[in-house]
Ligand binder design. Structure first.
Ligand code: SF4
Length: 441
């Protein structure tokens, strides 16, 4: 009898896709996938190690899972970025864990588990190559992430990812189209392209950047929205901007993590391009015939960030009024170049700068929401907020899980269906409205 397996997925959407590939191979091998940890004989924790807080969350989750060894739990397996980077330390520090695996060979998990039980395995992995497409969706059925590559070649001085995930490796176009077809057939309406750097796609495999040709092939499939996350500013080309503007299947949205907008800090971060280049890019995007919503992330408190550097970032945001903004405080990561930089910014100052930039972004969001009152927007219905007794959805200008939402009323709504919603108001970051018409799924 195959055992009960529970899988806990931590970290980013790329890790989530890896987890979905694990779920597929476990299910294919006949394991019972359970969400009740107390009934699991095997628990797998797929971890993140990006920053200190992610590592603590991973350790806490592993220790919490280990508690189930008092119940039915027989094997505790830890995978992902944490063991990939710290396997030696973990082996000493976490005797509760039976097996540590890195960020590869998820398709061999059934075999690895059988070996762990000392059984000789006749399990043949369904796939062993990097760009296999079989996976079990863990997102709501109307959207899914498509991980187009792994690793990163940008080497920002604050980032541990290149030392964990290694060099940039693109998946083949064929395997991506095969996977996208599988997602299309399973009813996915919104395909979200993710990687450490989506814009670098193809250069390692085909010797040229191939994101636009890939987008055109994906657009031939029956998706409503194809969304681009993690685009590196310098690689957002004129061709890509035009493709987003003119291709009806591509969501009028682009995520461009800029990290900062002060030239000297961008230099210390080893970011290519300066504030002038970022301004030029935002100006070019604002000239498109369609409104293209930009998302970005800014990091404050980087070593050496003086008040005037922060003011430059503040003024940049206040001038370019970016649609969706994530704001983070710098986190000191041991074996990164920025760890050796002087002129640290203390925690209190970091917190004040996060708050100040956050306040600015909130006011920008309120101004943008005010301008949308009276407009009718196409909204993808996702869930119900029972406290507000309202339906919740998103427009093409908002990515799932990280951006703002639309709360609306109406006769009835079907999850994963698109509705025309008339905007009647807003509540700080989020919009409020009422359905005008069901425009189908
Ligand atoms: S582009 Fe992103 S993943 Fe790559 S090094 Fe920079 S921050 Fe890290």
């Amino acid at each position: 009898m195959k055992k009960n397996v529970a899988v806990i997925s931590l970290g980013c959407d790329k890790n989530r896709v890896d987890t979905e590939k694990m779920l597929y191979s476990l299910n294919k091998a006949g394991y019972n996938l359970v969400s009740d940890y107390s009934s699991a004989q095997i628990i797998i924790v797929n971890t993140c190690a990006f920053i200190e807080s992610a590592r603590s969350e991973a350790i806490d989750t592993i220790l919490a899972a280990a508690q189930y060894k008092k119940d039915k739990l027989e094997k505790l397996i830890v995978t992902g970025c944490l063991p990939k980077k710290y396997s030696a330390e973990l082996k000493d520090g976490l005797p509760e864990v039976d097996m540590f695996l890195g960020t590869e060979n998820y398709y061999a998990l059934p075999e690895i588990i059988e070996n762990l039980y000392g059984d000789s395995s006749n399990y043949v992995p369904t796939c062993d190559k990097f760009d296999c497409s079989d996976r079990f969706l863990s997102t709501p059925t109307h959207y899914a992430f498509l991980k187009i590559s792994d690793g990163c070649d940008n080497h920002c001085t604050f980032c541990t990812i290149p030392s964990i995930r290694g060099k940039y490796v693109s998946r083949s176009e064929e395997s991506l189209i095969e996977e996208a077809k599988m997602l299309e057939q399973s009813g996915v309406k919104e395909l979200i392209l993710v990687a450490q750097d989506v814009t670098r796609y193809g250069i390692d495999l085909y010797g040229e950047y191939r994101l636009v040709p890939l987008l055109r092939k994906l657009s031939a499939l029956d998706f409503e929205w194809i969304r681009l996350m993690y685009c590196y500013p310098e690689l957002v080309t004129e061709e890509l901007i035009c493709e987003i503007d003119n291709n009806a299947k591509i969501a009028k949205y682009i995520d461009i993590p800029m990290q900062h907008a002060d030239d000297s800090i961008l230099k210390l971060m080893n970011r290519r391009g300066n504030s002038g280049d970022l301004a030029k890019l935002l100006k070019r995007i604002s000239e498109c015939k369609n409104h293209i919503a930009v998302r970005t992330t800014f990091m404050v408190g980087f070593p050496g960030e003086k008040q005037e550097n922060f003011d430059n970032l503040y003024n940049f945001l206040s001038e370019y009024k970016i649609d969706n903004v994530g704001i983070f405080a710098y986190s000191d990561e041991e074996d990164t170049p920025s760890f050796r930089l002087k002129n640290r910014v203390n925690a209190e100052t970091k917190a004040k700068r996060v708050e100040k930039l956050g306040e600015l972004y909130k006011n920008i969001r309120i101004e943008k929401n005010k301008a949308l009152v009276g407009k009718t927007l196409k909204v993808l219905y996702e869930s119900i907020d029972f406290d507000r007794n309202m339906f919740v959805g998103r427009t093409q200008y908002n990515a799932p899980e990280i951006d703002t939402a639309v709360y609306f009323t109406g006769e009835f709504a079907d999850v994963g269906t698109f509705y025309d919603v008339k905007i009647t108001g807003y509540d700080e970051y989020d919009l409020i409205g009422e359905t005008v018409e069901n425009i189908g799924d």
